[in-house]
Design a protein around this ligand. Structure first.
Ligand code: B12
Ligand code: SF4
Length: 471
C-alpha cells in the first residue's frame, strides 16, 4: 500500500512562497508511525516543498490549519480525480466534518492514534467509511513518530519535535484548544525513550544541532509537577531543547533554573499584550504584566532565550497603546519578539461566538482569512483599517536589524551556560522574520477584501469549488 501524508501550507502574503522554519507540523511523522510496517510511506510538508501531484499513491492523509482549507480542497479534488482516496483530519476537520465530507473520501474527527489504524484497515478491505470518530486513549496512547522519514534536506534549519502532553489547563478565549482538548500528559519515561531511541537529529550543521529538539506541546508547563519530573529525567541525557509555556512556570525561579539545567535554552510564551485591558479581554489572567520585567531577567540570566508573541486587534487595544509599544519594549530592554500577529477569532473559540453575537465579524470572511495575519473582526476601539495600519507599522518597527543588534547586546552576556550564546545568535533572524507576512503591498490584510492565491483561484473556478464562508 502506498500512502502519502501531506501537511499543507499557504503563505500569509498569498504569494507562492515557501518558508522553511525551525518548527514544522509533526503530523506527517505522527501518522506514519500509525501506518502498517509494510506500507510504503512518503511525507510531505508544503511549507518546505511542493507536492508532486502527478505521483501515484493509494491513500493520502491531509493535515491543514483553517487558512489552508481552500487550498487543501483543491489538492484533494485533483488527487480524487485520479482515483486516489483522501482522508482529512485535524482541528478544522473536527469542527466542520460535514463540510469536509464534500471534498475528502473520509474525515477523521477524533485523535489519530485510534482512528488512523481503523481507517487503513477498512481501506485495505475496500470499505473506507465516510467518518471516523473512535474515542481516544489519551496522551499515553501517543506512539513514537517515524522520525526516520523526515527529509532534513528540504529544510536545513528544521528541528525534530515531540509531544509530551496534549491540551492545556488554561482557557484563553481566542485559543483553539479552549473547550475542546482535555489536558493530559504522557508518562515521562515514554517521552525520554522516544527522544533517546527514536529521534533522528538534523545533521545539516556539522554537529551543531544534532543534539537539539523541540517540544511541540501548546503548553509544556500545564502541570509544574510533571514538568519538574520531565526535567529531572532529561538532566543526564544532556540534550538541548525548546518549548512553549506560560507565566505559571516563568514566575517559579527554581523551576526555571531546573529547566536550564535539563537543557532548555528556548521558551516561547504567548504574552499577547502589554496592555492590561487586552489581557483581560483575552481572559489570559495567568500573564501578570507586573511580573514581565522579572520574568525576562530570570529566563535570560538562567541561560534561556525567552521569546514573546504579541497580538494586535483585541478589544483592549487603543491607538496610544499600539503607538507606544516599541518604547515600552525598549524600556524593558526586550527586543526578541518573534511572533507578531492579528488575533484570529477561530470559529471553534469563545471569541468567535462573542464576535458573531455582537455582529462584529467582517463581511465576506472565508476560511483562507483565518491565517493569524488578516483581520476578521471589528475591534472595539479602532476601525479595521486603523488596526491593520498599526499592525503593519509594528512589524516594520520591531523587525529591524537595529533591534536584532540590541537583542544581542542585551542578552549575549546574561549567561555562560553551555550552548546559550549559540541559541541567542541563531535567534536574531527570527526577529527580522516578523516582517515576512506583510510583504505583499497589494494585500489589505482585511478579511473579505483580498483575493486568494492565483493558482488556487484558477483551480477552484475550474473545479467548481466554492470557498467556505465564515461570516
Ligand atoms: C508547528 C506549528 C506551526 C507551523 C506548522 C503549522 C501546522 N500545519 O501545524 C507553522 C509555523 C506554519 C505555524 C503557523 C501558525 N500557527 Co501554529 N503551531 C504549530 C505548533 C507549535 C505545533 C503543531 C504540531 O505539529 N503539533 C503536533 C501535532 C502532532 O499536533 P497538531 O498539529 O496539533 O495535530 C493534532 C490534531 O489536530 C490532529 N491532526 C492534525 N492533522 C491531522 C490530520 C489527520 C489525517 C488526522 C487523523 C489528525 C490530525 O492530530 C494531532 C494530534 O492530536 C502548534 C501548537 C501545537 N502543539 O499543536 C501551533 C498551532 C497549530 N498554531 C497556531 C497558530 C495560531 C498559528 C499562527 C496563526 C501563528 C502562531 N501563533 O504561530 C500561524 C499561522 C497558521 C495559519 N495560517 O492558520 C494554533 C492554531 C491555529 C489553527 N488554525 O488552528 C496552534 C494550535 C497554537 C495555539 N494553541 O494557538 N504553526
Ligand atoms: S495558555 Fe496558550 S495554549 Fe493554553 S489556552 Fe491559553 S493560548 Fe491556549
Amino acid at each position: 500500500m502506498r500512502i502519502a501524508v501531506i501537511s499543507t501550507y499557504t503563505h500569509p502574503t498569498r504569494k507562492a512562497l515557501k518558508e522553511p522554519s525551525v518548527m514544522q507540523s509533526a503530523v506527517p511523522e505522527l501518522i506514519a508511525g500509525l501506518c502498517p510496517a509494510d506500507a510504503e510511506i512518503e511525507l510531505y510538508n508544503e511549507k518546505e516543498s511542493d507536492i508532486p501531484l502527478d505521483k501515484h499513491w493509494d491513500l493520502v492523509f491531509f493535515s491543514y490549519l483553517h487558512a489552508y482549507y481552500e487550498h487543501t480542497k483543491v489538492l484533494s479534488t485533483l488527487l480524487r480525480q485520479r482515483g486516489i482516496k483522501t482522508i482529512a483530519g485535524g482541528r478544522h476537520a473536527r469542527f466542520y466534518p460535514d463540510d469536509a465530507a464534500q471534498w475528502f473520501d473520509a474525515v477523521i474527527i477524533g485523535d489519530p492514534e485510534s482512528n488512523v489504524p481503523a481507517a487503513i484497515a477498512d481501506f485495505s478491505k475496500g470499505q473506507l467509511a465516510k467518518r471516523y470518530e473512535l474515542p481516544s486513549g489519551g496522551a499515553a496512547d501517543i506512539k513514537p513518530y517515524r522520525y526516520d522519514l523526515i527529509d532534513f534536506s528540504h529544510n536545513r534549519i528544521r528541528l525534530p519535535g515531540i509531544e509530551a502532553s496534549r491540551g492545556c489547563p488554561f482557557t484563553c478565549n481566542f485559543c483553539v484548544l479552549t473547550g475542546w482538548e482535555k489536558y493530559a500528559f504522557r508518562p515521562v519515561q515514554q517521552v525520554i525513550d522516544e527522544i533517546e531511541t527514536k529521534m533522528v537529529w538534523n545533521k545539516n550543521w556539522f554537529g551543531l544541532f544534532d543534539n537539539t529538539f523541540i517540544f511541540l506541546d501548546n503548553n509544556l508547563g500545564g502541570s509544574p509537577k510533571y514538568l519538574r519530573a520531565l526535567c529531572e529525567a532529561l538532566i543526564p541525557k544532556k540534550r538541548i531543547w525548546g518549548c512553549a509555556l506560560t507565566f505559571n512556570i516563568l514566575r517559579d525561579e527554581e523551576l526555571v533554573k531546573l529547566m536550564a539545567k535539563a537543557g532548555c535554552r528556548y521558551i516561547y510564551t504567548g504574552l499577547e499584550s502589554l496592555n492590561p485591558e487586552s489581557i483581560t479581554s483575552f481572559k489570559k489572567g495567568q500573564n501578570k504584566l507586573s511580573e514581565v520585567q522579572e520574568v525576562i531577567a530570570r529566563a535570560f540570566n538562567s541561560g534561556i532565550l525567552l521569546s514573546f508573541g504579541l497580538l494586535v486587534g483585541s478589544d483592549g487595544d487603543t491607538h496610544t497603546y499600539l503607538r507606544t509599544l516599541p518604547d515600552v519594549l525598549a524600556d524593558l530592554k526586550y527586543f526578541s519578539i518573534t511572533f507578531l500577529g492579528i488575533v484570529s477569532p477561530y470559529p471553534e473559540t469563545p471569541i468567535y461566538t462573542q464576535m458573531q453575537q455582537e455582529g462584529r465579524l467582517l463581511p465576506g470572511t472565508i476560511s483562507r482569512d483565518y491565517d493569524g495575519y488578516t483581520l476578521c473582526h471589528r475591534p472595539l476601539q479602532m476601525t479595521p483599517q486603523e488596526t491593520v495600519e498599526h499592525f503593519q507599522w509594528l512589524c516594520k518597527e520591531l523587525g529591524t536589524f537595529a533591534n536584532m543588534a540590541r537583542h544581542y547586546a542585551n542578552t549575549l552576556g546574561s549567561s555562560n551556560i553551555a550552548q546559550y550564546k549559540k541559541v541567542i545568535l541563531a535567534s536574531g533572524p527570527e526577529i527580522l522574520s516578523i516582517r515576512n507576512p506583510i510583504s505583499n503591498k497589494e494585500r489589505t490584510y482585511i478579511a473579505g477584501l483580498d483575493p486568494i492565491e492565483a493558482w488556487d483561484r484558477e483551480q477552484m473556478k475550474r473545479l467548481n469549488i466554492a470557498p467556505q464562508m465564515l461570516s
